[in-house]
Design a protein around this ligand. Structure first.
Ligand code: SAM
Length: 887
């Protein structure tokens, strides 16, 4: 896909000219569903950028456009040699099962596209597979499966990052050579000042760059070290003493060459810890009378019935179904109305008479003793007054056929009582300290998705029941013993630090599956962490895992997930990759020399979308207890520092939205200014941004302008799309927009009239392109913001005829209107019928999130009341946070 061309006479980088965004989007969608060895399985972090998008963006930011007249000749020669005349033999075929298909020229452009070096480079980044092309041409009936949407030799493909894949290594060698040639043989430095979970520095390192990743949040900082630094530094083959079976003798210790000492040692020490934990607390998870091992306990919180003449404890259950896979399994209720007591049994298949629980998501709880409702507000009040309790409702057990369910037995209750009697320490650090501390301002509402404090759960320790706390504290104590033992056994302090960190992150993973806000998923019959979204929602009926079992959510499963990531990110054989540098600091002032980076590629926070500090406190309190002394610089504060987090969260500003926004804009501006100081000539700063609101975009654009940067090219990249990437339907896409920025050169003031017509023209053109690439809905409109900013960013200011200055929100509105008009095409009617037409074109009958709908409806005019007007005219069918157009 071709964008705008920089006409300064200097050779632009590829990202300023072209990027295969449809292909990158397809692989980015797939990235979300890769569960084997993906870095997201090392530890939870929020708003991770997809690895394919990160790899493509870093690569295209470092190489010049080979078709530009000013492109250095040696780079052109390298592209011609590596991607045309001397393609490595390993890349001249692709496999499908056992079949090998010869393909001598893997990077030739698609049919009908001129064979230029630029197009070859684009094919190298990402290219559709033969199956996808055949489907697109109508020569194949079924679309290619996600794994085969892209050609195997595409740089962005997940398999390319597998250090055991010969084709992957060949592709990466080409990428590294091209990056090297583009920098006259030097290793370029790529800086990400908002690095989070590390996708960008990790990919920069993979492409042979010296990566610098920074984050303000200590949890992110440690995740970054475990993702981008330690596997690369220590993940090498080496000798270890291993017990081996020898003929005629029992197991003897021998020096053995292991493929990855880091993986080997993490596993060894984690099992050392696990063994000690097992010895101490195994008896707290007894098997049932039938001997079947316990995997998990299902609990219901209980709340007093609001009926004064009843006041029984209502068990809060969303549904009675505990398994909907295979033969359905559901709880049965044995209600003793006289004594207001309840016990639970199990029914299967046809024996199930009732599945509806006692509590609806947004509705009241219905009392099983007196049938009276207790409202959500009354439940909250009971929670805050300490009147909520909990009841074990059934036990998940290991069965020859997988998992089964049994009623609670006396031993289960006795074991829990025993754990409770141990009275271990409960972490007292506050959840959302600005909201929950004693001196918090009255009525300050929480602008995060954290809900549990509304029910009285105000400390991080309150998210664990007594036995879960015993388990966590036993893991922490055993980990401390391991660290002590390592002092003798592992002399290299740096390496010891690395091993300690992985053990700490492992305990975090265990904690995230061992909290009383973990959900039981009947369809998959597994435990889910509370961090599926950017929130800690209240869970009525939770699952308590037996961490010592070997099943979903247990310690051994968590370890396996982690080890796969560490193994995958190991140093590839024979490559001499620079180990990334990881910093802990504020992006607005970094301890680095001016011009240190060849390029900045970053993904800053999106306005108020995610409360990183508040959410990560869940992990901070455990990491501090487990490995705090190893990383004193990261644990200097009682909770994660939040004062300089570049977010716009009003609860951190006494509930004042305006102050929150000013804070965000100030930090974003200072951080972009700092990025400009740190990047050498010709200064290129790439920003990825994933927010749809005009406010967030206004903050971003203002910060870029104030810092002296201006967007040069814009690329929307989707992370969610319909199954068939080539024949996209009408579903909404979740898109991040990548903006390539250069220092802003501003001309004089321009008239609004002139700028408006330029925006209309540019947006009209861009929208058609983005539409043809499958972008729909609010994503489509937001994608057009970049080209619009490219228009008004050229001018010092935009003025109306009376001299008033036009602000960024108004200019973005012009872009929205232009987008609406471009879709509406020839259709002319009143605002509502235009909205209807646009809506039908964007979404058809598909249901949309309320916020997406609001954005589209707002382009119909009356900003504040547009939704009410549209609803008033009966245009939408609304269901909770979703709505659809009435057909
Ligand atoms: C959108 S996330 C980055 C996600 C990352 N690209 C990834 O793939 O995981 C933004 C990050 O900025 C960090 N952050 C917020 N304020 C910061 C500041 N002032 N300085 C540095 N980092 C900050 C947050 O902790 C968060 O990790």
């Amino acid at each position: 896909m071709i964008g705008t061309t920089n006409d300064t006479g200097v050779c632009p980088r590829l990202i300023e000219v072209a990027l295969p965004i449809r292909e990158i989007s397809a692989e980015s969608v797939r990235d979300k569903n890769i569960h084997h060895a993906h870095i997201s399985h090392l530890h939870i972090w929020w708003a991770r950028r997809p690895l394919p998008a990160s790899r493509a963006v870093v690569f295209a930011s470092l190489v010049p456009d080979p078709d530009h007249p000013q492109c250095p000749a040696d780079f052109r020669r390298a592209v011609g040699r590596l991607l045309k005349t001397h393609v490595p033999t390993a890349l001249k075929h692709y496999r499908r099962g056992r079949e090998i298909h010869r393909d001598e020229d893997p990077y030739r452009p698609y049919e009908g596209i001129p064979d230029t070096l630029r197009h070859r480079l684009l094919m190298f980044i990402a290219k559709w597979s033969p199956e996808s092309l055949a489907f697109d041409a109508g020569k194949r009936e079924t679309p290619a499966p996600p794994k085969q949407l892209l050609d195997d030799r595409s740089l962005v493909k997940w398999e390319v990052s597998d250090p055991g894949s010969p084709q992957g290594l060949a592709v990466l060698r080409i990428a590294r050579e091209l990056v090297g040639v583009a920098h006259s043989g030097d290793v370029p430095t790529v800086l990400d000042p908002f690095a989070g979970g590390g996708a960008i520095p990790l990919e920069a390192g993979r492409l042979g760059c010296q990566a610098i990743g920074n984050d303000y949040n200590p949890v992110a900082h440690l995740i970054l070290r475990a993702t981008c630094e330690f596997p690369q530094e220590y993940g090498k083959p080496g000798k270890r003493k291993v017990l081996v079976e020898e003929f005629g003798r029992s197991r003897v210790e021998r020096d053995v060459l292991v493929p990855n000492v880091l993986v080997h040692d993490i596993e060894k020490w984690a099992n050392w810890v696990l063994e000690r934990v097992r010895q101490r607390i195994k008896h707290l998870y007894p098997a049932g009378k039938d001997g079947r091992p316990t995997l998990a306990y299902l609990w219901a919180r209980t709340t007093p019935c609001s009926n004064p003449s009843c006041q029984g404890q209502i068990p809060l259950l969303r549904s009675l179904v505990v398994s909907s896979r295979g033969t359905k399994v559901a709880l049965t209720l044995n209600v003793d109305k006289q004594n207001t007591e309840i016990s639970f049994g199990i029914a299967k298949g046809k024996a199930i008479k009732k599945t509806r629980g006692t509590k609806r998501v947004r509705g009241p709880a219905v009392c099983p003793y007196c049938d009276q409702p207790t409202s959500e507000a009354e439940i909250r009040a009971a929670g805050r007054a300490g009147h909520m309790s909990e009841q074990m409702v059934c036990v998940v057990v290991e069965d020859t056929a997988g998992k089964d369910f049994r009623p609670v037995e006396d031993d289960d209750l006795a074991a829990f009582r025993e754990a409770s009697a141990l009275g271990v320490e409960r972490p007292q650090e506050l959840i959302l300290p600005e909201v929950n501390s004693d001196d918090a301002m009255e009525g300050v509402s929480n602008s995060t998705g954290i809900r549990v404090h509304l029910y009285g759960m105000k400390t991080w320790g309150s998210l664990f029941n007594q036995r879960q706390l015993v388990a966590m504290q036993t893991f922490v104590a055993s980990l401390h013993q391991a660290l002590q033992a390592m002092e003798k056994a592992v002399p290299d302090t740096g390496y010891r630090l690395a091993l300690g960190l992985y053990l700490g992150l492992w305990l975090d993973r265990i904690a995230s599956f061992a909290a009383n806000v973990c959900r039981w998923a009947p369809a998959s019959r597994i435990i889910k962490t509370p961090f599926g979204g950017q929130a800690v929602p209240m869970i009525w009926d939770y699952a308590e895992v037996n961490p010592l079992a070997d099943s979903s959510g247990t310690a051994s499963t968590q370890l396996r997930y982690m080890l796969k990531v560490v193994e995958h990110e190991r140093v590839a054989n024979g490559s001499n990759i620079a180990v990334p540098t990881v910093l802990l600091g504020n992006a607005s002032s970094l301890p680095l020399g001016s011009g240190i980076a060849n390029c900045v590629v970053t993904d800053p926070p999106y306005d108020d979308a995610i409360a990183y500090g508040d959410l990560s406190d869940f992990f901070y309190v455990w990491l501090k207890r487990s490995v705090g002394p190893l990383f004193p610089e990261a644990f200097a504060t009682p909770l994660t520092p939040k004062a300089d987090e570049a977010t716009s969260l009003k609860h951190r500003h006494d509930g004042c939205e305006e102050r929150a926004r000013t804070h965000y804009r100030r930090l974003l501006t200072a951080s972009f200014g700092e990025a400009l100081r740190l990047v050498e000539e010709p200064q290129l700063v790439i920003v990825m941004f994933a927010h749809q609101s005009t406010d967030a975009w206004t903050a971003l654009i203002s910060a870029l302008f104030e810092a002296g940067l201006s967007p040069d090219a814009t690329w929307p990249i989707a992370t969610e799309m319909p199954k068939t990437a080539l024949a996209l339907g009408t579903a909404s896409l979740e898109t991040s927009v990548t903006v390539a920025c250069r220092p802003r050169i501003v001309g004089s003031a321009a008239s609004f009239k002139l700028v408006r017509s330029e925006i209309v023209e540019v947006v009209g053109r861009s929208l058609k392109r983005f539409w043809s690439y499958g972008f729909r809905g609010a994503d489509l409109i937001v994608a057009c913001y970049g080209p619009a900013v490219g228009v008004f960013g050229k001018y010092e200011r935009v003025e109306k005829a009376d001299g008033t200055v036009v602000g960024i929100p108004e200019l973005l509105d012009v872009a929205k209107e232009a987008a609406r008009d471009a879709i509406a095409g020839e259709f002319r009617g009143d605002n509502l019928s235009t909205v209807y037409y646009v809506w039908a074109n964007l979404y058809g009958a598909a249901e949309q999130a309320w916020d997406d709908a609001r954005l589209v409806v707002q382009i119909g005019g009356d900003q504040d009341h547009a939704m009410e007007v549209a609803r008033g005219h009966g245009m939408f069918v609304v269901d909770g946070s979703k709505c659809a157009c009435r057909s």
